[in-house]
Write a protein that binds this ligand. Sequence first.
Ligand code: PMP
Length: 366
Amino acid sequence: MNIINFSAGPCQLNKKILETASKDIINYNQTGISICELSHHTEAWKDLYKETIANSIEFLQIPESHDCFFMNGGGTHQFSAICCNLCSQRSKIQVLVTGFWSQKASLEISKFCKVVVVNKESDLVDSCEYDFTYYCENETTIGFEFRNGLNFNPINHFLVCDMCSILGSKFVDIKKYGVIFSSLSKNLGISGSTLIIANKELLSNQNCGTNENIPIVMDWRPSLNLTGPTPSIMSIYMTGLNVKRMIERGGLQYYDNLSIVKSNLFYEYIDNSNGFYFNNIPKQHRSRTNITFSVKDSQNISSLFTNKAKLNGFIGTAHHPSNPDKGCRISLYNSLELDELTQFINFMESFKIDFEKNSLNYIANA
Ligand code: PMP
């Protein structure tokens, strides 16, 4: 059976790049060794790294004003790394909490310095009291997105943004940000590393890295200069393949459009299901990459749906363990094709028709 993977990350990858990777796991680029055996001191690795950075800059349209580099660890790692690199204990950070991931980040940041939590964008304050404002562009667990970024553009401090589950799916005006980070396990590649995009002035500023006691695994500078710990080679290698393919396919313009087409199709389907499937996120904040929904407004029927979907080859449709609504969630990252989503919607329709015919059986089994 063909499996279609709707997981929120690690997530579905394109089959062609998996085939290339499987060859390179045996014999990387005719070197006679596996990509997993490649030393990070070799020219081959340095070339691969440089090419991956160059392609990431091209694909994500990263402006001259910003540097980008990979660092070991995931998005969670950056919750602390941003503090080690940008703050002192006296710092005060404004955090916009809109869901699970910004809440987690807020707790981590509060281990390093003072945090002022705000829950609504309109309550954010542009004050030089704050070193920066932190927010999450797309809350993966509930599917809540700032579709056009924030309207809040501070001039008295800068913005730091978690774009883990959205970077690469839409145009972003990167110039507006001090720092953006995204773990590689979603649109970009596989888990193991995170891409950091940071304003060059900020990186060279005295405030960045004034703390000489930054643990080396948290310090951005060695990663930027390729003098840090052994990099997560497989994760960066897979990102290299994936980003190259995404450029060939039409770049950000193509994926920006595709993510709109896919998410509109899905929201339209559930909105027209007479409440059988239901998404409770305000329309202006509906995520284009992670979509939550309940089935018949019931936790039990939603989990019956998830089980049946799995039997039909659609995996990864269960809610995140933290989602209090306990419904379903699908993720529409870049490697998930429009045709695969259409197949899933057809399945949803047949589930709905079957349920409506045999609701007593379903309720008895729920
Ligand atoms: N932020 C967001 C928005 C995420 O979706 C995730 C992971 N799903 C993280 C942060 C944490 O990333 P990681 O699991 O790579 O530590």
